[in-house]
Design a protein around this ligand. Structure first.
Ligand code: SAM
Length: 303
């Protein structure tokens, strides 16, 4: 417990997939004015320095956001064709790096906060259990001066979510929520807890939008999770979407270690535009971030 630090992984291919899907989903929900409750059950530290010791050691951003930005936003020469979902993601990351050099990577709390609408009274509830990352997150959030619109709780996010659903009604009377569940899966029981919290949440608030990230690794629980989520969505009569990105295995130099190569995002109650958007955007991510054997992407949905 607590050996996972997202700073080693910030901006890697999994973050690229997760945050691209997150932004596309947020944008769609925000087409309606009514306020939204956002819950990030596993928030991380919020902001990451890409030039810190952490990211230097893992270097995972180099094969993720750094490579993507360099390929699609080259310092010199014409930029190749991109896709609106990827452009939206790159614009948001670029916003955190106003002098043009890629030094800061926004984690999910800051991705969400950057798009929140004060006039709609959107609110963001963040949970982070790690003592150090929880403190860093609190101080990063304090600098926003967002008041009660953004809160940080150092509590188990699976537990913290329950009392927040259903969300309170907004000004127009409608209840709206987007929940991101992004555990580190450091503990095997996280897979079962994700399924349990989704089952419970779909009872409390069936119309919420739920985004679940998971790693694609050789472990039965990881393999089963999207199937369990699909079954839960079907049992609740809710639409779902499942997107995966696999960057493949590169030939390793002696002593080099193969990190995570693939991950998935499972979305319950996805925007109806998300499937078409990802079907067009993911080939570009695979092409740009793919690094060897087995690179692939997939998008499947209930509709
Ligand atoms: N969502 C973040 C993002 O996209 O920028 C990354 C989150 S990281 C993958 C998972 C985080 O969950 C870690 O910072 C870890 O300390 C935290 N964590 C682990 N178990 C937790 C729990 N039960 N409740 C809340 N946070 C937890």
């Amino acid at each position: 417990m607590f050996s996972y630090r997202h700073a080693f992984h910030a901006g890697n291919h999994a973050d690229v997939l997760k945050h691209t899907v997150l932004i596309a989903t947020l944008r769609h929900l925000m087409l309606k004015e009514a306020g939204i409750t956002f819950v990030d059950t596993h928030a991380g530290a919020g902001l990451y320095r890409l030039d810190s010791d952490f990211s230097d050691k893992g270097g995972e951003a180099a094969d993720g956001i750094v490579r993507l930005m360099a390929a699609l936003r080259p310092a010199e020469g014409a930029a190749p064709a991109s896709h609106p979902l990827i452009d939206d993601y790159l614009d948001l990351v670029a916003d955190f790096n106003p002098d043009g050099a890629l030094r800061v990577y926004p984690g999910s709390p800051f991705v969400i906060q950057r798009l929140m609408r004060p006039a709609s009274r959107d609110r963001l509830r963040l949970f982070e259990l790690h003592p150090t990352d929880g403190k860093t997150l609190s101080s990063n959030v304090a600098q926003l001066g967002a008041g009660r619109a953004v809160t940080v709780t150092r509590q188990d996010g699976f537990e913290g979510l329950k009392p927040l659903l259903p969300p309170p009604p907004g000004a127009g009377g409608s209840r709206r929520a987007l929940v991101l569940i992004d555990p580190s899966y450091e503990i095997k029981s996280d897979y079962a807890r994700v399924a349990a919290v989704i089952q419970d949440s779909l009872k409390r608030f069936p119309t919420g939008t739920y985004l679940i990230w998971y790693p694609i690794i050789g472990r039965a629980e990881a393999h089963d999770l999207p199937r369990r989520l699909r079954t839960l969505a079907q049992q609740a009569g809710r639409p779902w979407l499942h997107a995966t990105l696999n960057i493949g295995h590169k030939d390793l130099a002696p002593g080099e270690r193969q990190g995570l190569t693939a991950s998935g995002m499972f979305v319950i109650n996805p925007p109806h535009t998300l499937k078409a958007g990802l079907t067009q955007a993911l080939p570009l991510l695979r092409e740009t971030l793919g690094q060897g054997r087995g690179q692939a992407f997939s998008v499947e949905s209930s509709a």
